[in-house]
Design a binder for this molecule. Structure first.
Ligand SMILES: NC(=O)c1ccc[n+]([C@@H]2O[C@H](COP(=O)([O-])OP(=O)(O)OC[C@H]3O[C@@H](n4cnc5c(N)ncnc54)[C@H](OP(=O)(O)O)[C@@H]3O)[C@@H](O)[C@H]2O)c1
Length: 340
């Protein structure tokens, strides 16, 4: 008797903001695992901003998805059947075939992870996973942070941004400033994450809000948002300021090209560096990142918040909600509880 898997497919390329009809849930026959393959039940899957780019026909920083194809993404799961000696039944694994309740894939395409006593396995999709390494590589390598720097991070209450600000504080920043989209997020940044100052970017011109929050200027900017935020940071930079250009979520749903920063000439006089990066190029930092960040999690120095949507049925809504700021910390979709 055949067993079905439940999956989400992209059926239409979103025009602007994605709508529910751009996606469809399907049932597909689950193949039997071949030699060297494993069957993995999803525990939790990630929805991430880069997926919006994959829905367009043109390549963003990740290749496009085909229409009618099951979407993919970071997932943590448990092996429920195995034809691989390397990855036994019961193992906890990470893989990239999310948006489905069960995946059948080559054991070479999963990485085995350890249980996290007292902590949810979904942290492997956030603080201990791709967003965490993005924050680490962007701040410490790309922006060349050093103690005493004043740091500004946009999208500061999200998965990457909330870690950037905390990493900077823990490593001796002189000032950590964040921007976010609601008063609750702004309060959270100050009260619980220890940011020196934070503002809601809806409250006025970002340049004015940033100048008030960082009156002595900034040395490092970690940009998740782009557009007006980038222009404001260029204006606020001190001499030799460095920006890690991580993302530009303010333009991901744009249907025409947004205007660029109007003050690029300031790069000359201030000797600024703006450097784009992709986390995949910085995998060599993984050991130092995991060791330090696991320690901070264990000793309680780091807050790793998640916004959790329950059930595969909610995955599209979770993704759409992420793009409009419905998350604080990492947005994850949980399909099953962590194993005992
Ligand atoms: N370069 C890389 O390798 C790499 C890797 C991972 C992520 N990224 C990028 O890093 C950024 C953050 O990713 P994440 O996973 O941590 O997502 P996230 O920040 O957890 O979630 C997205 C957030 O973007 C904010 N947002 C949405 N529209 C906005 C707008 N018009 N202006 C300002 N903020 C807006 C929302 O928060 P508010 O309520 O504050 O608006 C929302 O919560 C994204 O740009 C992503 O593409 C890049």
């Amino acid at each position: 008797m055949s067993i079905a898997t439940r999956e989400w497919q992209l059926v239409r390329r979103p025009h602007g903001k994605p709508v529910a009809d751009d996606f469809r849930p399907v049932e597909a026959e689950r193949p039997d695992p071949g030699p060297g393959e494993v069957v993995v039940r999803t525990i939790a899957m990630s929805v991430d901003p880069y997926m919006r780019g994959r829905m367009n026909a043109t390549k963003s920083y990740a290749p496009s998805w085909e229409l009618g194809e099951t979407m993919q993404g970071g997932t943590v799961g448990q092996v429920i059947a195995s034809r691989s000696d390397a990855v036994p039944e019961g193992a906890l694994v990470l893989h990239g075939m999310g948006w489905r309740d069960v995946a059948v894939l080559d054991a070479g395409h999963v990485s085995v992870v350890e249980p996290l006593p007292g902590l949810p396995l979904s942290l492997y999709l956030g603080v201990l996973g791709m967003p965490g390494l993005t924050a680490w590589a962007g701040l410490f390598r790309v922006a060349a942070f050093s103690p005493g720097d004043a740091v500004f991070v946009s999208g500061a209450a999200g998965a990457v941004g909330s870690l950037v600000g905390q990493f900077a504080r823990l490593r001796g920043a002189s000032r950590v400033v964040g921007s976010a989209g609601t008063p609750e997020k702004v309060r959270w940044l100050g009260d619980e994450l220890g940011f020196s100052a934070a503002f809601d970017y809806h409250d006025g011109a970002v340049a004015d809000l940033l100048a008030a929050a960082a009156p002595e200027g900034i040395d490092v900017f970690f940009d998740n948002v782009g557009g007006e935020h980038l222009e404001a940071a260029i204006a606020a930079f001190n001499l030799h300021g460095r920006a890690a250009v991580c993302g530009a979520i303010s333009s991901y749903n744009a249907v025409s090209a947004p205007p660029g920063p109007r003050n690029m000439f300031l790069l000359v006089g201030k000797r600024l560096t703006l450097r784009g990066f992709l986390v995949g190029d910085h995998a060599d930092l993984q050991p130092e990142f995991v060791e330090t960040v696991s320690g901070w999690l264990r000793d309680g120095s780091l807050v790793a918040r998640e916004t959790v949507v329950e059930g595969l049925d909610g995955a599209v809504d979770a993704f759409r909600d992420l793009l409009r700021g419905g998350n604080t910390g990492k947005m994850v979709v949980r399909l099953t509880p962590d194993p005992e």
